[in-house]
Design a protein around this ligand. Sequence first.
Ligand code: F6P
Length: 364
Amino acid sequence: MPVKRIAVNTGGGDAPGLNAVIRAIVLSAERRGWEIFGIRQGYNGLLDGSADGVVRLDRAAVRGITHMGGTILGTTNRGDPTDFPSPQPDGTVRRVDRSQEVVDRCRERGFDALIAIGGDGSLRIASRLSDLGLPVVGVPKTIDNDLAATVVTFGFHTAVETATDAIGKLHSTAEAHERIMVVELMGRHTGWIALFAGLSGTADVILIPEIPYHLDRIGEHIQWRYEMGRRFAIVVVAEGASAAGEAPSFKESDSQSGGARYGGIAERLAAQLAEHTGYETRSLVLGHLQRGGQPNAYDRLLSLRFGAAAVQLVADACFGCMVALDPPNVEAVPLADAVDRIKSVPTDGDVVQTARAMGVSLGD
Ligand code: F6P
């Protein structure tokens, strides 16, 4: 069998478990006698032509990384080759499509396939490269868990654990000061982290993008708690949640990635609730803590399974595909199925029903 040369990269926001995927890819590919190469910082390592932009990954390079957060390859959400920022002599930045260049560079280097580990944006790029003829296999990653075609993405369960722990810690300070604490969790389009961590962390109010909220309903719920003698409240809000009829809260737009950044809803809501209820209120944003740290055991195992399955797909020449969890198995699904829509929280699903059954306010 001819030696296969496989490239692997990690793109978009990091998620706990990336290194475990890389290790599983390298070890299972080496056992087949294949060579693995890591592209640094998304596709930048290929496009910038630097000497160390593409590195050989062997057993030694991936030793002892299963438990590590981040990614040994680095990542970026500013290097989309289909919309690449190109600084002009006049100081402006033009955006150019360099995807054919990625395909050409991979061919020049003799890569037989690319394993792209990423979320919706990165897998959309992978799908485009596949359309241009590059043999690509995708591995779904995002703490937000909003990727379609897989029941869960790695990183999500670790983020939920981190957020649950933080919500738990807020209880004592909220109770001591008789305050409303509003905590903002990640989740631009979906409320997976907010719902799972909010429920596990016993929040009183959980607000998610899938269920537009009404301020007066939240106020009534908090008022009822205080009158019952529980003179504090924990409100969990996904960064992309919004009041009925209102737009989500955005920070300034990120000129380099070209995208708008969500954020600010906790601060805004805290001010509104203070005014509405008359109770003392504080807000915090958990932010990138949710992406950091070691993957938990669930995410390590899922990542290792995804990595080994991705190599199997390359062996089977199942290109234009993504590995996906369809319990109890890891299966192959078309990349296009993963990127053509977002996986939202089902509002009639049992987790939402559990929250309602227990009297948790969802703001509606
Ligand atoms: O990974 C997705 C996500 O966590 C979103 O929930 C969040 O809005 C975004 O990443 C922030 O990413 P960055 O700060 O890296 O642009």
